[in-house]
Design a protein around this ligand. Structure first.
Ligand code: SAM
Length: 280
């Protein structure tokens, strides 16, 4: 990635659109202003490559919001880390009492976000603590500890829309540090694309276009996996669950649409220890 992330603005624009659905799965009242016309322009251009992106974004955000709710209400988690936060507004949207939010991101994207937030009247900038970190070069746990995160407190980590853009080395290094540096009861949630999307092999024309589009935004897809458990086991995780796009659509939208394209995204939950609580 060179400079501030453009895909982060794009997904923020999708959150703004989804917030206007007749029956939205969530409402992000900050997304419209944060995305700006530049974010919407990127999203409109992406629509032509993968029309299902808006649905996927709605499901991904709704599922992860729900995970935060369960972590806080059922499990008593009081520390949430958002890795590769982009224009994420959960710290403002989900203001659970007593919960500390940490946002970690590439320094360029984080600086761009903070500039936009500063121009947004009423946004509670102090709801999160900000820690810059380039996952390709730096240790997120060191950055989080420097920012005041407690390594002895059960933590929920949301690593949303980031893993596909990292090298496998950075995915492994970051996942390994999270497993060893956080309280072992912590849960890490991330989304992942399939191997073909990352290496570009055996893709149909439409998926080639989707892959090329983000590559042209200087954020090429670099990591994908069809079977993530071996990597996570090697990184120190002992519990792994994953849920696919179709399953989430059925759960949240009540439909299974066979024509929905590029359905091989998954959300993965993992922990260094086996949780006592059932996760969704
Ligand atoms: C598609 S955006 C997702 C943003 C946010 N999580 C969301 O879902 O709205 C990708 C994010 O990954 C971050 N990212 C990409 N490469 C990174 C790196 N090497 N180190 C840290 N963050 C990185 C970008 O800065 C950006 O915020």
């Amino acid at each position: 990635m060179q400079g501030a992330s453009k895909t982060a603005l794009m997904v923020c624009a999708y959150r703004a659109r989804i917030s206007r659905w007749e029956r939205p799965l969530f409402v992000d009242r900050w997304a419209e202003a944060l995305a700006g016309e530049d974010g919407h322009a990127i999203a409109r251009a992406f629509d032509t490559h993968w029309p299902a992106m808006e649905s996927w974004m709605a499901l991904r955000v709704a599922y992860l919001d729900r995970l935060v709710g369960l972590a806080v209400d059922r499990v008593g988690v009081r520390q949430v880390v958002i890795l590769g936060a982009g224009y994420d507004t959960r710290a403002a949207r989900l203001p659970y009492a007593g919960v500390r939010w940490f946002e970690v991101d590439h320094p360029d994207t984080q600086a761009a976000k903070r500039e936009r937030l500063a121009a947004l009247p009423g946004y509670p900038v102090d709801a999160a603590t900000y820690a810059p970190c380039d996952f390709e070069r730096e240790d997120p746990i060191d950055r989080l500890l420097a920012a005041g995160m407690s390594p002895r407190e059960q933590t929920l980590v949301i690593w949303e829309g980031v893993v596909p853009y990292l090298t496998e080395a950075a995915v492994r290094a970051t996942a390994t540090r999270l497993a060893s540096g956080l309280d072992p009861r912590s849960i890490v949630a991330f989304d992942c694309v399939g191997k073909n999307m990352a290496d570009g092999a055996r893709l149909n024309e439409q998926d080639q276009g989707t892959r090329a589009f983000v590559g042209d935004l200087a954020e090429p897809v670099r990591f994908g996996s069809d079977h993530i458990t071996p990597l996570l086991a090697a990184c120190g995780y002992r519990w792994v669950r994953s849920v696919g796009f179709d399953d989430l659509a059925l759960q949240f939208l009540g439909d299974y649409d066979r024509d929905r394209l590029f359905r091989f995204q998954r959300i993965v939950l993992c922990s260094p220890s086996t949780p006592d609580t059932p996760w969704p």
